[in-house]
Design a protein around this ligand. Structure first.
Ligand code: HEM
Ligand code: HEM
Length: 184
């Protein structure tokens, strides 16, 4: 017989969820701030360098996380949810998985096809894996921008739902994934 689904997320699933959360939230803020007109030059450069390099790190984490999602067992749907809530959770988690891959990929393509540096990769001597192309850069920029708004919207819903479970329903959904390192 197959093993029953675990009650909560395993330590490495929690760790990678929270490590990515603490990186992605400032990435979204930095992304929207750095494209504003009239920012001091030093601040804008610093934000771009942070955004591009942490973004590439997030691409690696996303690949690792999706591999973990496809191979490791995880808890089934939370108990006591209405069918629409289960569907909303499934759909929003699916979108988040798609976006954690689409965002760094489109960012990488936008920057490399545009002929711009990614400082950490350049320092390591890693060349671009996409050709220099203005058309490709423009397409990737559009995907990145659309994805940015989609990610911001789904994340607002995700965080609001998590807080509702944690503070109002107190139904155990929050403790499936918090703390990042489970006790005992
Ligand atoms: C303050 C920020 C965040 C909070 C409070 C939060 C909270 C939670 C909670 C409580 C769960 C468990 C849901 C369940 O057991 O059904 C969860 C799962 C999940 N979170 Fe977050 N989260 C946050 C940030 C993020 C970010 C930035 C992402 C990615 C962009 C993300 C992606 C996911 C995904 C994909 C799952 C489902 C995991 C799976 O079942 O495979 N979360 N989150
Ligand atoms: C999870 C990873 C990422 C997130 C959440 C993210 C988020 C964002 C957001 C919210 C914006 C502002 C909206 C807009 O696109 O105009 C933005 C812009 C931008 N991002 Fe990202 N990004 C990520 C990864 C990357 C990576 C890996 C790169 C490049 C290596 C990158 C390069 C850029 C650039 C160049 C812009 C300015 C848009 C432009 O004028 O082309 N991003 N990003």
């Amino acid at each position: 017989m197959a093993d029953p689904a675990p009650q909560g997320y395993a330590a490495r699933q929690r760790l990678i969820h929270w490590a990515m959360a603490v990186l992605i939230l400032p990435m979204v803020v930095a992304g929207f701030v750095m494209i504003q007109q009239g920012l001091p030059r030093g601040l804008q450069n610093g934000l771009f360098i942070f955004h591009k390099n942490v973004g590439v790190l997030l691409l690696l984490l996303a690949v690792l996380r999706i591999a973990l999602r496809l191979t490791a067992p995880r808890p089934g749907p939370a108990q006591g949810l209405a069918p629409w809530q289960r569907q909303a959770a499934r759909a929003s988690h699916g979108l988040l998985y798609a976006l954690i891959l689409i965002m760094p990929l489109s960012g990488y393509i936008r920057v490399r096809a545009g002929g711009f540096p990614i400082e950490a990769l350049d320092r390591l001597g890693l060349p671009s894996v996409v050709p220099r192309s203005d058309a490709l850069a423009t397409a990737a920029k559009a995907v990145h921008e659309f994805g940015a708004y989609a990610l911001a919207a789904v994340l607002c819903l995700h965080i609001a739902a998590a807080l509702y479970h944690a503070l109002v329903l107190r139904d155990g959904v929050w403790s499936r994934i918090w703390p990042p390192v489970p006790k005992g």
